[in-house]
Design a protein around this ligand. Structure first.
Ligand code: SF4
Length: 327
């Protein structure tokens, strides 16, 4: 665990300015991703997990601003990079895969042209070399007839094939990190499993780190080395995946695990965490989970919990663990 971090989020705060008021989408998020590691960032929609990734890529909407904190990528403070340095970082060192490839792929360019574009721009390949490499990448992501597919348009491919093309684009510049935001949510179960297998295979072959954003604990169990649980714009628990699954310390994580369907186990009704996620427009100053928590205590409604850490490095932001060491 002493390996130097590839990515380090340090006390990140990102806000959105809307007509209804200021949305504190991310408040004080800190965690690390090491080279070659898969970190799953898990939480419900609105928990701040995608905004954390978009803050790293500096691809936030115009009404959003990073108001505090640092993001260090491979020794550089991303928030201080000039726009052209940022473009180079995005195309060259960080690849991205989104949920719905149809909206990320350009419908008027062939998939080959879209794979070739970053290779020509960032790796200075000639057009001929880039096309040859694009065909190799299409083969590598498991699409047959790569010589024909290279000239196909996105609408001519299935959803699973389009997601494979997104992975080929993300890999094209041999990045150190791939960010995948709900990469399998829009796909059917069989294709989902194939895409996860592919990501796992490529990750081990290329030793690329993976920041996988998901609401699906099944995906976390299959893919993660390390898991970061977010709720209401904050990290509420983080640790090695086995440790968090075996011994969840935050009541929210406990609820998520209880709500997870288990293959082969029939339950009358799937458990759901009672109550609602608090509005990001109006987050309390105390524990964001307090209104849904079965263990709520008076202190929980007085101040936001500190983060406590155990000997294994398993961290939790919850007053139930106040006897532990402060992180
Ligand atoms: Fe529940 Fe209190 Fe822990 Fe919040 S701090 S999760 S309310 S026990």
């Amino acid at each position: 665990m002493s390996q130097k971090a590839l990515v380090e989020f340090k006390d990140l705060h990102t806000e959105f300015y809307t007509e209804a008021g200021v949305v504190k989408a991310v408040s004080g998020v800190s965690f690390q991703i090491r080279p070659g590691e898969t970190v799953c960032v898990v939480g419900e929609s609105g928990s701040g997990k995608s905004v954390t990734a978009l803050s790293l890529m500096r691809l936030l909407a115009n009404n959003a601003k990073i108001v505090k904190g640092e993001i260090i990528f491979d020794g550089r403070d991303v928030l201080k990079l000039k726009p052209h340095e940022m473009r180079r970082l995005r195309g060259n060192e960080i690849g991205m895969i989104f949920q719905e490839p149809m909206t990320s792929l350009n419908p008027v360019l062939t998939v080959g042209e879209q794979i070739m574009e970053p290779i020509i721009e960032h790796r200075m390949f000639s057009k001929r070399e880039a096309r040859k490499y694009a065909i190799e990448l299409i083969e590598m992501v498991g699409i047959p007839r790569a010589h024909e597919i290279v000239d196909a348009y996105p609408h001519e491919l299935s959803g699973g094939m389009r997601q494979r093309i997104m992975i080929a684009i993300a890999l094209s510049c041999e990045p150190k990190l791939i960010i995948a935001d709900e990469p399998t949510t829009a796909l059917d179960v069989t294709i989902q499993a194939q895409i996860l297998d592919l990501l796992r295979k490529l990750k081990s072959e290329k030793n690329v780190a993976l920041m996988l954003i998901t609401h699906d604990l099944g995906v976390v169990a299959e893919m993660a080395d390390y898991v970061v649980v977010m709720y209401g714009g904050r990290v509420v628990e983080e640790g090695k995946v086995m440790e968090v699954f075996k011994n969840p310390r935050h009541p929210y994580t406990e609820g998520l695990l209880k709500a997870k369907p288990i293959i082969g186990e029939r339950k009358e009704r799937l458990y759901t965490i009672p109550g609602q996620v608090p509005s990001p427009l109006n987050l309390p100053l105390y524990c964001h989970f307090a209104d849904r928590c079965p263990y709520v205590m008076p202190v929980c409604k007085e101040q936001y919990p500190d983060t406590f850490i155990d000997a294994d490095g398993h961290k939790v932001a919850c007053w139930l663990h106040a006897e532990g060491a402060r992180a």
